[in-house]
Write a protein that binds this ligand. Structure first.
Ligand code: PLP
Length: 416
């Protein structure tokens, strides 16, 4: 029998693939660049010093450059290892860990639709953009939201949460963002969880910019739901979230919740709970491969060393700010996140111009949020970011802030 290609070619002679330029136009030799920077057409992508997404190490990128079918023992083994390794970072021996196919906000939205019925009351700590976003999801799904700690300049005061729980004894849960990426606050989750448990309420924590950058103790602190995402301390591409569930949260999802399909914890639990774990539909296989590799790298570096690296990088940024007479946004923040720092710029210096100047030096930093949008910048120091990257960023900032003219002044003047 003739090979198929030869048989097809015999029936339909195929001309060699060649496109001639129109008459009068010279043929330009085209050579493709060698793949030294895998998958990246830009020979010099900026250093991402944003609080997510952040640099994905080449080893992680390479690990994801493989396609597996999601209904195979090979993929089940990858998923299983990923969930087991995440369990260690979450600090839990008993929680269920669910992959959610979407970015971080899919995880926070999933928690709302699975655990609560319309009309349920939740106490929402709202001291930043992401905590306010979570409260907004809850409202959208018909929950009664009691907002507390609404000052974006401050940490959550556990006393305020206690008072709200006392005033609303029917509250089913408290929501809080551990590392509030928009302000740089690291909120007192252990105290909040203790109070919620004493009142019979669940504690839901957004750990999107915290897990893998700072210690987290799901079991010891009495947390019920903890959401994270692939593109921050987990050093992977964006598009995959994870939710850890206590047995109490799982029970709530079994009996309640709004109508849901794609984000239904019950079907995800059934699939990941099989002897060979799976996901209900097609899994983002390449992202799961990336996260598994990133978790292996964290293990190789040593999780305590990883946390210490984050702490030291945050301290370096804060020390630089202090040495330069610059403040940090959030005068009432009691504990600062080791993964992101929001630095106030000198009066009259426009944040947008500073970010553009730093970008011209090959580094991307983030805009500040809320009242500080025009007058502060946020520096992410998380995931694969190293001290040398922090120092390079601070040198660029020194350069921009000391440069007269274009680099520091906004068109039309800076913020006061
Ligand atoms: N929560 C926190 C604390 C975040 O930092 C972010 C994103 O920056 C989100 C939620 C939303 O996650 P995503 O953008 O992955 O949907």
């Amino acid at each position: 029998m003739r090979p198929l290609a030869a048989a097809v070619a015999g029936r339909h002679p195929v001309a060699p693939h060649r496109v001639d330029p129109p008459a009068g136009v010279a043929r330009v030799p085209v050579s493709l660049p060698a793949m030294t920077n895998i998958g990246n057409a830009d020979p010099a992508p900026p250093l991402l010093m944003t609080p997510g997404p952040t640099r994905v190490p080449e080893r992680v990128l390479r690990a994801g450059m493989r396609m597996l079918h999601h209904r195979t023992p090979e993929f089940s083994a990858v998923l299983d290892e990923t969930l087991q390794r995440l369990r260690l970072l979450y600090g839990t021996g008993s929680a269920d860990i669910l992959p959610i196919h979407g970015t971080g906000r899919a995880g926070t939205e999933a928690a709302v639709v699975n655990l609560f019925d319309p009309g349920d009351t939740v106490v929402a700590c709202c001291n930043g953009k992401f905590s306010e976003m979570w409260a907004g999801f809850a409202e959208l799904y018909g929950l009664r939201v009691v907002r507390v700690a609404t000052d974006w300049e401050a940490s959550v005061d556990p006393g305020e949460v206690a008072a709200a729980l006392a005033a609303h004894p029917n509250a089913r849960a408290v929501t809080v963002v551990y590392s509030e990426t928009s302000t740089g606050a690291l909120n007192p989750v252990p105290e909040i969880a203790r109070m919620a448990r004493a009142r019979g309420a669940l504690t839901l924590v957004d750990t999107v910019s915290a897990l893998g950058g700072t210690p987290f103790r799901f079991d010891a602190w009495g947390v019920d739901v903890a959401v994270t995402a692939s593109q921050k301390c987990l050093m992977s591409g964006p598009g995959l979230a994870f939710v850890a569930l206590s047995s109490e949260a799982r029970a709530a999802a079994e009996v309640g919740g709004t109508p849901r399909s794609y984000l239904d914890f019950r079907s995800i639990l059934r699939s990941v709970g099989r002897p060979r774990p799976e996901t209900p539909g097609t899994a983002p296989v390449m992202l799961v491969l990336q996260v598994r590799e990133a978790l292996r790298m964290i293990d190789e570096e040593g999780v305590d060393a990883v946390f210490e690296r984050h702490r030291a990088m945050a301290a370096r940024v804060r020390g630089w700010a202090e040495a330069n007479g610059l403040g940090l946004s959030g005068r009432g923040i009691l504990e600062r996140s080791p993964t992101v720092t929001s630095v106030l710029l000198p009066p009259g210096v426009a944040a947008e111009a500073v970010r553009a100047g730093v970008r011209r030096r090959g580094i991307q930093i983030a805009a500040a949020t809320g009242a500080h949008q025009a007058s502060a910048v946020r520096i992410g120091h998380l995931g694969d970011i190293r001290m040398a990257d922090v120092d390079r960023t601070l040198r660029a900032l020194d350069d921009v802030l000391s440069a007269p003219g274009d680099d520091r002044e906004a068109k039309g003047g800076g913020a006061p």
